[in-house]
Design a protein around this ligand. Structure first.
Ligand code: BES
Ligand code: MN
Ligand code: MN
Length: 459
């Protein structure tokens, strides 16, 4: 039996208990009331890494949502792997849809169910345990640095500021990020692209104050009507986004990349029925679902607030209405540019009688990864040995705002998660499949070993 499998066999129960205690901390970064819990989760990670022999442990940049920095034992002449992940999680609501409480991790059918189980505490913890496994004699095969933040789900501002001040933190021979699923069960993937994000709140005010809809209906401008009209004009029913200039920077994937996607095990009917759960897919004609989710921008309305929605009836003309919207961005769009384009489009569509404001909440640039560096071969080998299949190159429609900044000192950024497509991230009953978790420890442990031997020798 190899040392990694042996490590897991001997420590299975303890590791599971540790992961559960991490998952019990409700470190919801998007909710100010949970600031103390975020701090607690950061401290938990820091203490855990200290107990594994890390030094130089720091909580950086914020009292409430600090970035955890830790360095493993120094191995002169060995390559450095920087591990990025996040300890913050999304809010758990709607609570009534959880079969067990979100912050009471529960084992069910080979899964561990809890908020953060896969996004991202469980995946981060698999790397931490891999580090433990390969450090058992106090000498890990590589220099490992941890950069674990607490604001990924709310825009990563603290970490952006930190890396602006201290860019040397991302100097490494490889950056390892595990915060995404396999392409399919049995099909590990390395993401070659992530989408960016431009999140905004649009407010429409049409009146000084709400008015009686009988007395003033027919003359008074309705804020909700104005808002939905405006939103409807931002995107056509055929899926095209009507923001001038938006598609200009969009770069079509290469022929080779598109060919590769065609070979992936993807069944559109199954995807529609089982994963999406709709009657039909929507979006631009002439592009495959993979291209629409990986390589084209989106415009989504997340929610509309204002006016009267309580029980009963109220005859009112609302004075104010707001909508939360976002665009997903693709290479080579820039979120700063898209912010300007959205603001201009809204301004152009706003009727003269309304005061329309756009407030930007957060943004992220898209990511395109060049996978030619040696560490990509090594992660492929690690998966091949553990999973029995090497990686496929895919993209993902999701966003991780800090990823472009992680590559700024030219370290190859490896996006290789161990989740599964049905992990329900951000949704009720989020889970990590425990089999995936144990395999993850072996994959990342093997990656550390290979980085120590192979990259070392090639230099
Ligand atoms: N881990 C996800 C992003 C992700 C999911 C990437 C699946 C690839 C595959 C991350 O925690 C996330 O949810 N990011 C947010 C961005 C943020 C600014 C709110 C997202 O994509 O909505
Ligand atoms: Mn995540
Ligand atoms: Mn997330």
């Amino acid at each position: 039996m190899d040392t990694l499998t042996d490590f897991i066999d001997r420590n299975r129960e303890r590791i599971l208990e540790e992961l559960k205690s991490f998952l019990r901390i409700p470190s919801i970064s998007t909710t100010p009331a949970h600031a103390a819990d975020c701090r607690k989760a950061a401290q938990w990670v820091a203490d855990h890494l200290a107990a594994l022999g890390c030094r130089q442990i720091e909580l950086l940049g914020s009292d409430t949502h600090p970035v955890v920095w830790a360095e493993g034992p120094k191995r002169d002449g060995r390559p450095t792997v920087l591990v990025y992940g996040h300890y913050d999680v999304q809010p758990p609501d709607p609570l009534e849809l959880w079969e067990s409480p979100p912050f009471e991790p529960t084992e069910r059918n080979g899964d561990l169910v809890a908020r953060g189980a896969t996004d991202d505490k469980g995946q981060v913890f698999a790397i931490v345990k891999a580090f433990e496994a390969v450090s058992s004699n106090g000498e890990p095969p590589v220099n490992v640095r941890f950069l674990i933040e607490g604001q990924e789900e709310s825009g990563s501002m603290v970490l952006f500021d930190l890396l602006e001040r201290e860019p040397h933190r991302v100097e490494a021979d490889a950056v390892l990020v595990s915060d995404m699923p396999y392409f399919a069960p049995g099909w590990p993937s390395v993401e070659t692209g992530l989408r960016g994000l431009c999140y905004a709140e649009i407010e429409v005010r049409t009146l000084k104050s709400d008015l009686h809809s009988g007395l003033y209906g027919g003359v008074a401008p309705n804020a909700h009507e104005t808002l939905v009209h405006l939103l409807a004009r931002l995107k056509s029913p055929d899926g095209r986004i009507n923001i001038p200039g938006l598609y200009q920077a969009v770069k079509r994937p290469s022929k080779k990349e598109l060919e590769g996607w065609k070979k992936l095990p993807f069944n559109e009917r199954k995807y529609l029925r089982e994963e999406v759960g709709a009657k039909a897919l929507t979006g631009l004609k002439g592009y495959s679902p993979l291209e629409r989710t990986w390589a084209l921008p989106t415009f989504e309305i997340h929610g509309i607030a204002g006016g009267f929605t309580a029980e009963g009836a109220k005859t009112v003309i609302p004075a104010v209405a707001t909508a939360k919207v976002s665009l997903r961005l693709v290479p080579n769009q820039r979120y700063r540019t898209v912010q300007r384009q959205l603001a201009a489009a809204v301004k152009r569509l706003a009727p003269k009688y309304a005061t329309v404001t756009v407030r930007f909440v957060h943004g992220a640039d898209p990511v395109l990864v060049d996978t030619s560096a040696k560490p990509f071969e090594l992660i492929d080998r690690a998966f091949r040995e553990v999973e029995g299949r090497g990686v496929v190159f895919t993209r993902s429609g999701g966003s991780i705002p800090i990823v472009p900044a992680l590559g700024k000192r030219r370290a190859p950024v490896i996006l290789a998660g161990i989740g599964l497509p049905d992990d329900r991230l951000h949704a009720p009953n989020e889970k990590i499949n425990l089999n995936q978790f144990w395999k993850g420890i072996r994959v990342f442990g093997r990656f550390f070993e290979l980085m120590g031997t192979e990259l070392h020798r090639s230099r």
